[in-house]
Design a protein around this ligand. Structure first.
Ligand SMILES: Cc1ncc(COP(=O)(O)O)c(C=O)c1O
Length: 377
């Protein structure tokens, strides 16, 4: 029976410590969340520089929705290709230093579109084995063959390039969503010069938070880059930065864009306000970097193995059950953290993923690391 199969699979998830049952969050201000009437310090938000709660942006968004209405009511390919969206895309391309840009309703859809549409049997996608699920799904949906290389290993990538059966396209992230580390971008650029391949770099966790003016860290090496509005940019949706020819191609052939309702005009107007906020956020970026270093030190001083070079830190735990148990206990002690378990990370390598925002206080970090240390006991 169909229902029996669903129940059985859910029971196996529970047995393996993989069951997901996200708590209902009633309120949040970026630094904290309220769950079941209790206020917890939130180490599981991607609002890295606090823009998601910015008064200026909230006002810009509400004015934009009042002026332009609440829906585009159509696909981009029908009557949803509004001038303000095209204008905002040009502004994004200029700001991030690419020829063109294309907005998507979500980063998930953007990755599906890029990887399944642009590349075909003449190419071979060589992907870092830790790339996001949306990238993996995009490759699976497309017709280009794909092969993984060891996480951040440029020697393994070079081996794959030499053995590629089509024109290689390297697919990676600039700041990995779970590990919080970055590929050796200078080495990747050197390999690119030597072998002349194309690259797709997901900068979802870097734009707004890293690089000069929040422009990310991979411009020197990326041919196509993906940014999400829903993280440091404090909004929702996504943008892809790319050559104009690729944009034209995606508008003609990318199902995840053609057969979906466009983001509303008010989104594009708000996205322009986001850009000016991001440009002026040097102080928040400096604070975020400071807090990230501070939490890394606090945790490593207490003997934890911590991976992560910026505002995403992965505390290595190992067993799924142990990680899940710890997160539950942290919750009881007033801290909201997220455990990444299989299939998000490999089996038996569960982590507690911590993400910081510029709004955290030093006391938040000290309280958290003391509590985790006590709980590990
Ligand atoms: C690296 C990466 N790429 C893409 C996405 C998808 O973006 P979105 O949330 O806008 O769908 C995410 C997370 O959500 C991500 O972490």
């Amino acid at each position: 029976m169909f229902e029996e199969r669903l129940k059985q699979k859910l029971a196996v998830q529970k047995e393996q410590g993989l069951y997901r049952n996200p708590p209902e969050v009633s309120e949040g201000d970026g630094r904290t969340v309220k769950v079941a009437g209790r206020t917890l310090i939130n180490f599981a938000s991607n609002d890295y520089i606090g823009l998601g709660r910015s008064e200026t942006l909230r006002k810009a968004a509400s004015d934009a929705f009042m002026r332009y209405g609440t829906s585009s009511s159509s696909s981009r390919l029908v009557s949803g290709n509004a001038s303000v969206i095209c204008e905002a895309e040009r502004a994004y391309a200029d700001y991030f230093g690419y020829e063109d840009a294309l907005f998507f309703p979500s980063g998930y859809q953007a990755n599906l579109a890029i990887l399944s549409t642009l590349f075909g049997p003449d190419e071979m996608l060589l992907f870092d084995k830790h790339v996001h699920a949306s990238t993996v799904k995009g490759m699976q949906l497309g017709s280009a063959p794909f092969r993984g290389y060891r996480h951040n290993s440029m020697s393994h990538l070079e081996k794959r390039i030499k053995g590629a059966t089509g024109n290689p396209v390297v697919v990676t992230e600039s700041l990995f969503s779970m590990d919080g580390d970055t590929p050796p971008l200078a080495d990747l650029a050197r390999l690119k010069r030597t072998h002349g391949f194309r690259t797709v770099v997901d900068e979802a966790h870097a734009y707004g938070a890293l690089g000069e003016g929040g422009r990310g860290i991979a411009r020197g090496v990326a041919d196509v880059a993906l940014g999400t509005f829903g993280k440091a940019m404090g909004l929702f949706g996504a943008f892809v930065l790319l050559p104009s020819l690729y944009r034209e191609y995606l508008l003609n052939f990318a199902s995840p864009l053609i057969y979906t309702t466009a983001l509303p005009e008010a989104h594009a107007v708000t996205a322009l306000a986001v850009l000016s906020e991001v440009e002026q956020a040097d102080a928040q970026r400096a604070r975020l970097a400071h807090l990230s270093r501070r939490l890394t030190h606090l945790l490593t001083d207490r003997g934890f193995t911590v991976c992560g070079e910026a505002h995403i830190l992965a505390v290595q735990i190992g067993s799924e059950e142990r990680a899940h148990g710890l997160v539950k206990k942290l919750f009881d002690q007033g801290y909201f953290a997220f455990t990444a378990r299989f299939p998000t990370v490999p089996m038996g390598q569960a982590i507690i993923r911590l993400s910081l925002t510029a709004n955290h206080t030093e006391e938040d970090l000290e309280g958290f690391s003391d509590t985790l240390y006590r709980l590990m006991g």
